[in-house]
Design a protein around this ligand. Structure first.
Ligand code: FAD
Length: 403
């Protein structure tokens, strides 16, 4: 979010400094090892009745893709309460419209960026694959909703899937192909974007933890980094999972939890699928990424714990084998998993826009499972806000003040 925001602000002629706790590789951020999927077809916000119902069932199963690290902090209880409230049909419908608009525009921006930098953008679409009749029926319902909103979505049966997955056979029962979806190599995107920004004169300060803000007359005056302070006219909050904690010190409430997920990347696999897919029954993302195959999944709601739950990780691999019977568990045996904390807002929609209490502080965070998809449009919207232009979309559902 920070890099894309800097990109569009720089293009508009602003002088930009990025202050990052991490290093230039960015492996500790959530944007490094994710599945790289750009999914304008993904229109259902995370907070939805289906997810809530399934989540409750999965909580009881130690090998399920979902869990909550249950330390009953006030933050967790209040977040869960808001999430439950947002998981209703009206919110899903309104959220779908917003996500559709943002997703389509963000995809167009990626196509533009792809002309300047080669970050492995591939336009093969993404398949939602299902193994159970009931889950397939739900996916067909979602695809019908997507088509009604003008998003191309093609329902598939088993033969359709087998006709494209020739190298890595899949025994999925059926699914949906979203031809507009595409994918990138996210780590390369981070690298190329940083290089591009530095070449354009953007100042990136690494290994510098922002610990707070200094405030003057209802405005942010500077951010504090150890014994230094950085002044500016505008500040953009793009600290991923840590964003909520960071603004607490100035009295702002930004409900946020971490959504822990893992990925492993098989370099030059003997076999790999042709088309990226979400293995819906097991909530796994499978991305053939140039000459690699990345598998990612699990969602553990946590404050900030990045420990790996081996049981869930192994269950993830077994689920992949369940979809692709030729998948050999030996391929992943000695691979080091990557861990990321998704920044989870309390209603599944990102926080983008100015804070009422400090109008020169702009939120660009809370994207949950859609941070790669929506990074360019987020940067573009923040640029419009700071430039005083009409953002061209209804921002009310995205306001960081909405809770
Ligand atoms: C397994 C997995 C698969 C995923 N797959 C996809 C996918 O296919 N498509 C998709 O769209 N999304 C996906 N996501 C979600 C996506 O990765 C995130 O939504 C996205 O990376 C969030 O980006 P961000 O910029 O908000 O946060 P981050 O990438 O985490 O960046 C936050 C930055 O803030 C810095 N920071 C934090 N606190 C401070 C501080 N106090 N001072 C200074 N710097 C600070 C950090 O160092 C970091 O660089 C996936 C996530 C996971 C875990």
């Amino acid at each position: 979010m920070g890099l894309c925001t800097a990109y569009y602000l720089n293009q508009s002629g602003f002088e930009v400094t990025i202050i990052n706790e991490g290093d230039s590789e960015g492996k500790s951020s959530c944007s490094w090892g994710n599945a790289g999927m750009i999914v304008p077809g993904h229109i259902i916000p995370l907070a939805s009745p289906g997810v809530f119902k399934k989540g409750l069932k999965w909580l009881l199963a130690p090998e399920s893709p979902f869990s909550i690290e249950f330390k009953p902090t006030l933050n967790l209880i209040s977040w869960l309460w808001k999430f439950r409230k947002a998981a209703n049909p009206n919110h899903v419908k309104a959220g779908a419209n917003t996500l559709r608009a943002l997703g389509l525009e963000s995809r167009s921006l990626y196509l533009e960026l792809g002309k300047k930098m080669d970050f492995g953008l591939e336009n093969k679409g993404i398949m939602m694959l299902c193994k159970q009749e009931e889950i397939l029926a739900e996916e067909y319902e979602i695809s019908a909703m997507a088509r009604a909103l003008g998003i191309e979505a093609v329902d598939l049966d088993q033969t359709d899937i087998q006709s494209v997955e020739i190298d890595m056979k899949s025994n999925a029962l059926g699914g949906v192909h979203y031809p507009l979806d595409c994918h990138i190599n996210p780590a390369r995107f981070l690298q190329l974007m940083q290089k591009f920004l530095v070449d354009q004169g953007v100042n990136i300060v690494y290994e510098s933890l922002v610990s707070g803000f200094s405030v003057h007359h209802g405005k942010i005056k500077s951010v504090l980094v150890e014994d230094q302070s950085w002044s500016a006219d505008y500040f953009v909050l793009a600290a991923g999972r840590m964003s909520g904690n960071l603004v607490k010190s100035i009295g702002l409430k930004l409900p946020m939890m971490g959504g822990k997920g893992y990925s492993v990347t098989i370099k030059s696999p003997i076999q790999k699928p042709a088309i990226p897919a979400l293995l819906i029954d097991a909530r796994i993302a499978s991305t053939p990424m140039e000459d690699q195959w990345r598998i990612g999944g699990t969602m553990t709601i946590t404050e900030s714990n990045k420990n790996i739950n081996e049981r869930k990780l192994n269950a993830m691999f077994k689920s992949v084998q369940n979809y692709y019977p030729d998948f050999d568990l030996a391929w992943v045996k000695n691979l080091e998993p990557w861990v990321g904390l998704r920044p989870l807002s309390a209603d599944g929609l990102p926080y983008i826009g100015p804070f009422g209490q400090y109008p020169n502080l702009i939120g660009a965070t809370g994207h949950a499972m859609l941070g790669i998809s929506l990074a360019p449009i987020t940067g573009q919207l923040v640029n419009h806000i700071i430039s005083g232009n009409d953002p061209g979309v209804d921002m009310s559902m995205l306001s960081p003040d909405r809770f």
